[in-house]
Write a protein that binds this ligand. Sequence first.
Ligand code: ZN
Length: 419
Amino acid sequence: MEVRRTVPVTLDVDSDDAALLENTVDTLLWSAQYVVDHAFEGEYVITSKTTLDDETYDDVREATNGFNGGLVQAARNKAAEACKSVVARWKNAKKASKPRMSSPHVVYDHRTATFYNEYVSLATTDGRIEADYVLPDKGSDTPHAEYLFSDEYETTGAELHRKHGEWQLHIHCKKEGESDTPEQATTTHGTVLGVDLGVNNLAVTSTGMFWTGDEFDHWRREYENRRGDLQACGTRWAHENMQAVGRKEEGRFKMTLHRIANELVAEARDHDCSVIAFEDLTDIRERTGASWGHKWAFNRLYEYVEYKTAEYGITVEQVDPENTSRRCSTCGFAHPDNRKSESFKCQKCSYQNHADYNAAKNIGLWYLRRNQTGGDEGEPLGVRLHSGTLNVNGEYESPAEVSVRTGVHAEESHPFTCG
Ligand SMILES: [Zn+2]
C-alpha cells in the first residue's frame, strides 16, 4: 500500500529571490492562459495534454524567452486540467466559461525542483534559486520530522504558493508499501479506454471526451446537395465534376477523422490506457441508425486509431455491444426505459448521465469481462474514467482509494466531476 502525505513548509526567501518567484508565478499563469486560449480557439475545446503540448510548447517557449521547459509543461497541465473541468461541467449540463488562470501557485516536480534536508532548489524565470525551509525545532513531533526527514518517505514534488506575502511549499511525500500488495499490482496493469460511436456524437470516451458529429453531418449534407445539383445536369462534365467533389469531400472527412484519431490516442496515452475498446462495427448501422456515410467514418476512425496506437503498444479491440446503450454502467440493470435520446437514467439505481458516456463505460466493462483471465500479466484491471477507474463489477475506484490519504494537510479538492 502506497501512503502519501503533504507537508506545508514556509520558505525563507530574500527580496531578490522573492521577485524572481513572483515573476515565475506570473509567467506560469501567462503561459497557462495562452494554452487555455489556444484550447478554446477551435470548434470544440482541446483537453488532451499531448495535443496541447504539441500545439503550444514552442510558441510559449518563444513568447516567454525560453521559460524553463518543465515549468512550461506545468503551465500546460494546469491549463489542460482547467479545460477538462469546464468540459466535465458541460457534460453534466452545467454552465462554465473559459477558465481564467489567476490562482498563484506553481507545481514543481523533480525536473524543476531538488529537495534537500533543509532547503530546496527551485527553477525560476532566471535559473534556479535556493531557499531554506523555515522549520520548527528538530526532534519535535511535527509532520516535518515524521515525513520530510524520514528515510522511509520519498519526496515526489511540491506546489509553490504565495500567501499573505509569504512563500510556502506544499511538499508531497510518498512511502512505498510491501511489494506484494495487490494495490501495487494495479500499477503494472493498464486500463481500458471505452469508446462509443454514434450519430449525434461521433465518438465519446469513458474518460468523458466528446467529439460531436455536427461537422461531419454538415459536410455530408453539403456534399449530397452539390452532388444532387450536378446530377440534375446529367452531362458528362457534371459527372466528372461530381467525382471530383466526391474526392475532395472524402479528403476533408478523412482529415477530420485523422484529427479525432490523434486526439483519441492522445487521450489513451494521457490516461495510461493499454487497450482502446470499440463496439463491434459489423452491425452498427442496424443498432444506431447510422447512415452508410457514418459507417464509412467509423471504419476509417477505427483503422486510423489502430494504425496510430501501434507504436505505443496500445491494443485496439472491438467488443460485443450487447445492450450497451440501455445498460446501466453502475449497477448493470438493462432496460429500454433507461435511455431517452441523449440522457440515461437507470430505473433501478437512479444513476444519471449522458447516454453516450454511459455507453462508453459499458464498452470498457465488456472488454474487461470478456478478458477476465484471473489477472494475467498486463491485462487491464479497470475502465479508465476522467479521474479514477471502474472495476470489473462496475464499482468506482477513485485515485484517492488507491493511495491512502489521512491528511497532514488537506489536499486541494479535485475540481472534476466524475463517475
Ligand atoms: Zn443502475
